[in-house]
Design a protein around this ligand. Structure first.
Ligand code: AMP
Ligand code: MG
Length: 336
């Protein structure tokens, strides 16, 4: 049975947090909000607890999880925080950035998919922080969606997808960014993006220096050698086939000329106004944060609709746009 309890995202009721923390301490799974997407969490230090996450999600065991800490101080107890990050940690966390560090044996090998390294983050969400603090252990948590499905950005989606599969769901409404954290790894040439996310390269470079963004991280080329184990898997996708035409003008021309009635059009409000047909809206292209927040729900709307397949256009790859394009490319097939 899944316990579902409403919780205020800014001022969480301590009694609800205590109940969720007890479930974590007893080896159970709790779905909780972060500022990016909902996470499916368990005690990161205990093998059997971490295995419950893979089981609930249907996630392949060689795709490591992100481990969440309530402070940098707590992080230091479990992993080797590098000196360069120590110096700027207060500017990075709490926040939607995950950095790969050498782990100690205190983090379950299953959370690391047997690697010696682990992805670490201090999330900027009062519910997440209170839960980790109250449980007294780091919480391993991938995105709360079933494996390959779009990430979950609202408690309504969490309840629909995970009721009956986890021990508790914290029902806290919508998440802030609606797209996952930026994953970074130190390399000889500087920090490298393993997965673009909610914080853009432009915002990280003043803190971390020049950041390497490979074609693989953009998902612009098919991946021969994945940068991170997660990269080799199909991700974030609707169940129906989604096509993409990255160029906005080519998209508009093609849709106006060739679209069949059974194809859903997923586009910005501005493009919808030009097309003059019914669309699944991503919001205004003047605000890429809005597009990011509407992206996964749009994939879910496509699946729930009567349409047979869908088509989506591209966005500028600046700021959060890099993450938007990474997710769109992973979820779709190029048409042009
Ligand atoms: P998710 O938790 O579903 O948002 O995905 C976590 C992402 O972090 C995946 O793309 C993983 O491959 C990546 N990740 C986590 N730990 C590591 C690690 N030790 N080395 C490389 N990538 C990692
Ligand atoms: Mg995920």
């Amino acid at each position: 049975m899944t316990i579902i309890r409403k919780v205020d995202q800014v001022h969480p009721d301590p009694a609800v947090i205590k109940q969720a923390a007890a479930i974590i301490q007893n080896g159970g799974t709790v779905v909780f909000p972060t500022e990016t997407v909902y996470g499916l969490g368990a005690d990161a230090t205990t093998d059997s607890s971490v295995l419950n996450i893979y089981k609930a999600k249907g996630r392949p065991a060689d795709n490591p999880l992100i481990v969440h800490f309530s402070s940098i101080c707590m992080m230091r107890e479990y992993v080797q925080v590098s000196e360069d990050i120590e110096a700027v940690a207060g500017r990075i966390w709490p926040g939607p950035v995950t950095i790969i560090f050498q782990s100690t044996e205190r983090i379950s090998g299953f959370a690391r998919a047997s690697l010696r390294t682990v992805g670490c983050r201090v999330p900027a969400n009062p519910v997440a922080l209170a839960l980790i603090d109250s449980a007294g252990v780091p919480i391993a948590a991938p995105s709360a969606n079933l494996s390959t499905k779009p990430s979950i950005v609202s408690s309504a989606e969490a309840i629909e997808e995970l009721d009956g599969r986890v021990d508790m769901i914290l029902d806290a409404g919508d998440t802030f960014f609606g797209i996952e954290s930026t994953v970074l790894k130190s390399s000889r040439k500087g920090y490298e993006i393993l997965r673009p996310g909610a914080i853009g390269v432009e915002d990280l470079e003043p803190i971390l220096g020049k950041i390497i963004v490979s074609e693989a991280a953009r998902a612009a080329s098919s991946v021969d050698k994945p940068l991170t184990p997660g990269m080799k898997y199909r991700h974030y996708s609707p169940g129906k086939t989604l096509y993409r035409i990255e160029n906005r003008e080519a998209f508009i021309a093609t849709v106006l000329r060739d679209r069949r009635k059974d194809m859903a059009v997923i586009c910005s409000d501005e493009v919808a106004a030009i097309l003059g047909i019914e669309c699944i809206s991503l919001g205004s292209e003047d605000n890429l944060y809005e597009i990011a927040r509407n992206l996964f729900p749009a994939f879910r709307k496509l699946d729930a609709s009567a349409y047979r397949n869908g088509i989506i256009h591209g966005f500028p790859e600046s700021g959060i746009g890099l993450a938007i394009m990474n997710r769109i490319r992973k979820a779709s097939l190029p048409l042009l």
